[in-house]
Design a protein around this ligand. Structure first.
Ligand SMILES: O=C(O)c1ccccc1NCC(=O)[C@H](O)[C@H](O)COP(=O)(O)O
Length: 221
């Protein structure tokens, strides 16, 4: 299972989180966010990342955008050294397809903020235009990093035709409960493993991986 820790702002924390076992680091490229980082700041984090000793590759570097233009996204991907983009605003399936065509080596992840179970119907329109979906909680005043959990039970029938991440209010204390109900391809955490926006709590990240090891031992996938 992929484990994405989002809202990385500091090189030493990015490196430590990769070493703890994260498969993906998320960088907030949305200027109104308190976790915002510029392309140059992301590059500084990326330059400090270790290569995975097993694969010889870096962890995934995911830039999170909301309603940015294709030119803005392309520029940040090139400067920062990203290999994935997460579109967290009101991007249409057609826009996602354009991003995919323009950046063929970049994973395109569409985030859907789920207000009601009916909002899940939106997902199908994206299947053939993105590589991956991400389900996040809806908050009227914030786009992401809200700490609000989804109603996991209402997602039990969600079986998209592409891989998906579960996000929204996950933390070391509730991750086992979430994964007992759902089998996402990845999980995404931000405020549940931080001291303040953009300042990650490495002890909580370590605790998350400890909990994930427990889920394997007790057979929760
Ligand atoms: O985190 C932000 O500040 C943010 C701002 C604008 C758009 C998206 C943002 N975050 C996106 C993420 O992928 C978060 O990891 C996701 O919303 C989960 O956050 P949390 O509920 O705090 O775990």
């Amino acid at each position: 299972m992929r484990v994405k820790i989002c809202g990385i702002t500091k090189p030493d924390q990015g490196r430590a989180i990769a070493e703890l076992g994260a498969t993906s680091l998320g960088f907030i490229c949305v200027p109104v966010s308190p976790r915002y980082v510029s392309a140059d700041q992301i590059r500084q984090v990326v330059e400090q990342l270790p290569l995975n000793p097993q694969t010889g590759h870096l962890v995934d570097r995911i830039g999170v955008f909301a309603n940015a233009t294709l030119a803005e996204i392309s520029q940040v991907v090139a400067i920062a050294g990203l290999n994935a983009v997460q579109l967290h605003g009101a991007e249409t399936p057609e826009f996602c397809a354009q991003v995919r065509e323009t950046l063929p080596d970049t994973e395109v992840i569409k985030a859907l903020r789920i207000k009601t179970a009916a909002a899940l119907q939106e997902a199908a329109a994206y299947y053939s235009h993105v590589h991956t979906l991400l389900l996040d909680a809806y908050h009227p005043g914030m786009l992401g990093g809200t700490g609000v959990t989804l109603d996991w039970q209402s997602l039990q029938q969600f079986a998209p035709a592409c891989p998906w991440f579960l996000a929204g209010g996950l933390n070391p204390d509730n991750i086992i409960q979430a994964l007992a109900q759902l089998q996402p391809d990845g999980i995404d955490l931000s405020s549940g493993v931080e001291r303040s926006p953009g300042d990650k709590d490495l002890a909580q990240v370590a605790q998350l991986f400890h909990q994930l090891q427990q889920t394997q031992k007790i057979g929760v996938s």
